[in-house]
Design a binder for this molecule. Structure first.
Ligand code: URA
Length: 280
């Protein structure tokens, strides 16, 4: 077996696809059961009424020195003023984390339990970008902690990475978007627009070699494309964002529901690895 084929087998195995000769119908049914019961993007068991509809009061981590915050010197009275995009673009990690934790730039702050800043190696060469927190992420304050997160961890492992080691995981928006009945929904254009400066600053601070957009919201937001553009049209190409190569692949939650496409996700990660290997 070639090393590429070997890696592919490991990947497919990690993602629960192997062995390759398994009857697909039986296998799909098994994975769909799992996805339906535990997928972070599937309808919630909790309701909006279960969730406190108040803004988080844990705005400042204990380690933040107020003098580090760029807007404290100009804000003498009233509630803290939200930093502008140019101000965000100058922040260090501490300022950025504090700013996200206290963000009130859009209505998503009203329903959140926690902001979900991102997690991983702040010097990572790989940056994986998802859509936004779901229910579990909102409760725990960390991205991709449900079943989709387990699959993402397996995908990382298959290419020799893990959370916190040469990989960083972030989202397009930092607060959980929900619909009127308390279920997860994609962020609106206005929500992504006001939140994007935070991700842009994360990219500037991390300086990753390769960006991987996980799913439609991440890909279309970063590439500024029409909402009707299918992910399938964006795969297999090297795009650019923030002057860095960007590979588009399927969202892990989608892969949980569409198991045969895991092979395509492996092709996408293989392309990303080629780009990474060829980068300076
Ligand atoms: N889906 C995402 O896109 N991001 C998360 O953090 C969790 C689920």
């Amino acid at each position: 077996m070639s090393s590429n084929a070997g890696r592919r087998a490991v990947f497919l195995d990690e993602m629960g696809v192997g062995p390759l000769w398994t009857r697909r119908d039986a296998h799909v049914a098994r994975v769909e059961d799992t996805a339906a019961s535990a997928d972070t993007n599937s309808p919630d068991t909790g309701t909006a009424a279960d969730q406190p509809r108040i803004a988080s009061t844990t705005a400042m981590p204990a380690t933040v020195d107020m003098d580090d915050l760029p807007w404290t010197d100009v804000q003498l009275d009233g509630p803290p003023k939200a930093p502008s995009a140019p101000e965000v673009a100058q922040m260090n990690w501490i300022q950025l984390k504090a700013s996200v934790a206290g963000c009130v730039k859009c209505d998503l702050c009203q329903g959140r339990t926690h902001t979900v800043f991102g997690v991983g190696d702040e010097k990572a060469k790989w940056l994986f970008i998802g859509e936004g927190p779901g229910r579990n992420e909102d409760l725990q304050g960390e991205p991709f902690v449900g079943q989709a997160g387990k699959l993402l961890d397996n995908m990382l492992r298959a290419i020799g990475l893990q959370r916190g080691q040469n990989a960083y995981i972030a989202n397009i928006v930092k607060c959980r978007p929900t619909d009127a009945s308390g279920k997860d929904r994609p962020p609106t254009a206005q929500e992504t627009e006001v939140c994007l400066p935070y991700l842009e600053r994360q990219i500037a601070l991390i300086q990753p070699t390769v960006l991987v957009a996980l799913g439609k919201t991440a890909a279309l937001t970063l590439l500024g494309l029409d909402p009707d553009t299918p992910v399938s049209r964006l795969r297999g190409k090297v795009h650019r964002y923030a002057d860095r190569p960007l590979i588009v692949t399927y969202h892990p939650a989608y892969l949980l529901r569409n198991m045969p496409d895991k092979r395509k996700a492996w092709e996408d990660l293989s392309l990303a690895m080629q780009i990474y290997a060829g980068a300076d």
